[in-house]
Design a protein around this ligand. Structure first.
Ligand SMILES: [Zn+2]
Length: 104
């Protein structure tokens, strides 16, 4: 009888999002101004070696150093505004401006 013990798991890389190190935002869980913007990227590991990323892009989250509350940055438009640029939504809303003449 041979058993294979595969050590599978997940590993989450967490780092400060470049360009946001100076930002300190309010935590919506405990209310303290102790939140920072983190980049979290979860990987599937095999024998402690990260092999496959769970997602193609890292999550951008607001993490609180006091209560360890993490919140996706998409729920924090105030933080996105502080990051500048708003995260690439772009002015895509085209105004369908057909200037029809006034009806008579
Ligand atoms: Zn908090």
């Amino acid at each position: 009888m041979v058993f294979f013990f595969f050590t599978c798991g997940t590993h989450t890389f967490t780092s400060r999002l470049p360009g946001t190190e100076h930002l300190t935002v309010q935590c919506q869980n405990c209310g303290n101004h102790s939140g920072h913007v983190y980049k979290r990227w979860q990987w599937f590991t095999f024998c402690f070696v990260p092999l496959i990323p769970f997602s193609l892009k890292p999550y951008h989250e607001v993490g609180c150093g006091i209560c360890n509350f993490y919140q996706d940055i998409k729920y924090r438009p105030d933080v996105q505004a502080q990051m500048g640029g708003g995260g690439g939504m772009g002015p895509g809303a085209q105004q369908g401006g057909y200037a029809m003449g006034p009806y008579k």
